[in-house]
Ligand binder design. Structure first.
Ligand SMILES: NC(=O)c1ccc[n+]([C@@H]2O[C@H](COP(=O)([O-])OP(=O)(O)OC[C@H]3O[C@@H](n4cnc5c(N)ncnc54)[C@H](OP(=O)(O)O)[C@@H]3O)[C@@H](O)[C@H]2O)c1
Length: 270
């Protein structure tokens, strides 16, 4: 019986993944910042709900340790925890910028470094990073989020090579819009009332962004299925684009020049 450790399993994609892997007969270490609030996952067989905050190293170590003690070993790490800062870059405070990277990038670095000794001693393992179609293309007003997801893309692609030496796989999931809590609890809206220069632009684009988030095309269960496919895919495939919107974007991106693609995006947000 295989075991997956999931970060950010309290909600959305992480939660759907926990349920899906459990249904498929896997052991699940469903980690979250506030496990004391969880009431459903801890009722499922072979699911260990425990604390892991990706900005707190000690909680990462203890969650991995607990997972190993309960299930013997961990086979897959799913780096899912994340959120998006949105708003004019000039208006972002240093702490907003740092936090975006602390969670979305440093968080992935910390959990990955923490699990690698275990994977190497098992002589196998799989790291699955939740990126986004926003790790391949960029939209207005999401500078920090895109920078964090593009970082995950470069990190994962490079890591792929060095871990292949140790029979450890790296996979990247790139969802389009997913119907989760992402646009509510997981949006950090950057507002600096004193920066009038961006006010009209920000309001207009933010409204368009919200409209596009609301037309989310994929349910989190669909992303969970893609994660399961990746976890069981022995091939050297690195990237899994998930969702009709994401596939469409990648297709047009490959057919257009930078200028054509960016003009299309600008037109969409006009
Ligand atoms: N929804 C989309 O359209 C979409 C598209 C592409 C990619 N993604 C990516 O999918 C991932 C999951 O997002 P979602 O859509 O499922 O949103 P969500 O429902 O809001 O879930 C976000 C999860 O991340 C957790 N989290 C935030 N900060 C954390 C920290 N410091 N330590 C541990 N966990 C933390 C949250 O935990 P708490 O409950 O403690 O806040 C929550 O469980 C993110 O990486 C996101 O970038 C989402």
């Amino acid at each position: 019986m295989k075991t997956i450790l999931i970060t950010g399993a309290s909600s959305g994609i992480g939660r759907a993944a926990a349920v899906h892997f459990q249904k498929q007969g896997w052991n699940v270490v469903a980690t979250m910042r506030t496990p004391e609030l969880e009431t459903e996952l801890n009722r499922l067989d072979n699911v260990l709900v425990t604390k892991l905050d990706v900005v707190e190293q000690a909680t990462i170590q203890s969650a991995i340790q607990e997972g190993k003690e309960r299930f013997g070993r961990i086979d897959v790490l799913l780096n899912n925890a994340g959120y998006a800062a949105i708003g004019a870059f000039e208006a972002a405070t240093e702490s907003q910028i740092a936090r975006q990277f602390d969670v979305n990038v440093m968080g992935v670095f910390r959990t990955t470094q923490a699990i690698l000794p275990h994977f190497r001693s098992n002589k196998t393992g799989t790291i699955i990073n939740i990126s986004s179609i926003g790790g391949r293309v960029a939209f207005p007003l999401l500078t920090l989020y895109h920078a964090s997801k593009w970082a995950i893309e470069g990190f994962s692609e490079s890591l792929f090579y060095e871990l292949a030496e140790h029979n450890i796989q790296v996979k990247v999931i790139e969802p389009g819009n997913v119907a989760t809590n992402f646009t509510g609890r997981s949006l950090d809206v950057i507002v600096d009332g004193s920066l009038e220069a961006y006010k009209d632009y920000s309001e207009r684009i933010l409204q368009k962004q919200m409209e596009s988030f609301r037309t989310a095309v994929s349910r989190p269960e669909v992303i969970a299925e893609a994660i399961f496919e990746a976890a069981n895919d022995p091939s050297n495939r690195l990237r899994y684009v998930v969702g009709e919107d994401a596939r469409f974007l990648m297709k047009v991106r490959s057919e257009m020049s930078d200028e054509q693609f960016m003009a299309m995006i600008e037109e969409n947000f006009r």
